[in-house]
Design a protein around this ligand. Structure first.
Ligand SMILES: N[C@@H](CCC(=O)N[C@@H](CS)C(=O)NCC(=O)O)C(=O)O
Length: 285
């Protein structure tokens, strides 16, 4: 029998509640300290960390560069475990204090763009790629982009939180979110059984948004849950996840603003292409 928790009349914040992110979670928004953000030399400044939401944007920027677009960028590490997202500089560009944030300084007043899906759409429109103009094809990309944006919080905030980060393993929560994640993987698997890419026969921002979450998950790079979820069973997701990872832009983008994993997959800050080349050169052949 579970010990019953009876919610009090009024909730109060227990800073000692435990769990991996307890020290940075607060029930209020806003800055905790004064600090300005670093600014590099390119028009596009990214403030991020190489979590799945961060990887979406660095993979997108690398795909743009691979397509020959003028999308050079500086990517500055925001250490969310140390509370960098609560600096006055960061809160000014995103009042929601979450990475990633892109600042486009090619306007008289630099434009901050936050929410990863909004950044992907912004970049796709700015550079005129990876989001079809045709209204039917565009709607299909938007369907899957919004599907990802609605679904991934169940994977990160739900399954990942309770399977990996919570101070105790709660069977009810792990069951509930495992059921939902397996259902989502089945949705994706059926879509990819009939389509080479998520939204049809062309690479789009839907693939770039989805791979860092569900691609990493089935390849065993997220929460070490590959076996628990029987991820090999989702053969079409596996096929797609590996095909995406074979793309040089995915290999480049996934390592940016990352300070964990193997030495050849860690690059704290990125200012030019050579920064990535040097790290990838460390990969054993
Ligand atoms: N819906 C947001 C989610 C962003 C998000 O949750 N970012 C996490 C890292 S993956 C973060 O910054 N967490 C810091 C915090 O919660 O304080 C997006 O897609 O951009």
């Amino acid at each position: 029998m579970l010990e019953q928790y009876i919610p009090p009349e009024i909730w109060t914040h227990d800073a000692e509640s435990g769990g991996k992110w307890a020290s940075i979670n607060r029930p209020v928004s806003g800055a905790t300290h004064e600090k300005t953000l670093p600014i590099g030399e390119h028009a596009l400044q990214l403030y991020s960390m190489g979590t799945p939401n961060g990887q979406k944007i660095t993979i997108m920027l690398e795909e743009l560069l691979a397509l020959g677009k003028d999308a050079q960028y500086d990517a500055h590490m925001i250490k969310i475990g140390e509370g960098d997202q609560f600096s006055s500089g960061f809160v000014t560009i995103n009042p929601n204090s979450k990475i990633p944030v892109l600042v486009d300084s090619s306007y008289a007043t630099p434009l901050p763009v936050f929410e990863s899906a909004s950044i992907l759409v912004y970049l796709a429109e700015k550079f005129d790629v990876l989001l079809p103009k045709d209204i039917v094809k565009r709607a299909q990309v938007m369907n899957w982009l919004f599907w990802l944006h609605g679904s991934a919080p169940y994977l990160g905030g739900g399954f990942g939180h309770f399977y990996s980060y919570a101070p105790e393993k709660f069977e009810y929560a792990i069951d509930r979110f495992t059921m939902e994640i397996k259902r989502q993987l089945d949705v994706l698997d059926k879509q990819l059984a009939n389509n080479e890419f998520i939204a049809g026969d062309e690479l789009s921002i839907a693939d770039i948004a989805t791979w860092p979450w569900y691609g990493n998950l089935v390849l065993g790079e997220l929460y070490s849950a590959k076996e628990f979820l029987q991820a090999e069973d989702y053969t079409h997701v596996q096929r797609w996840a590996k095909a995406m990872l074979a793309r040089p832009a995915f290999q480049r983008g996934r390592i940016v603003n990352k300070t964990w994993g193997e030495a050849w997959e860690q690059l704290e800050n990125r200012h030019n292409a050579e920064d990535i080349d040097k790290v990838l050169a460390l990969q054993p052949k």
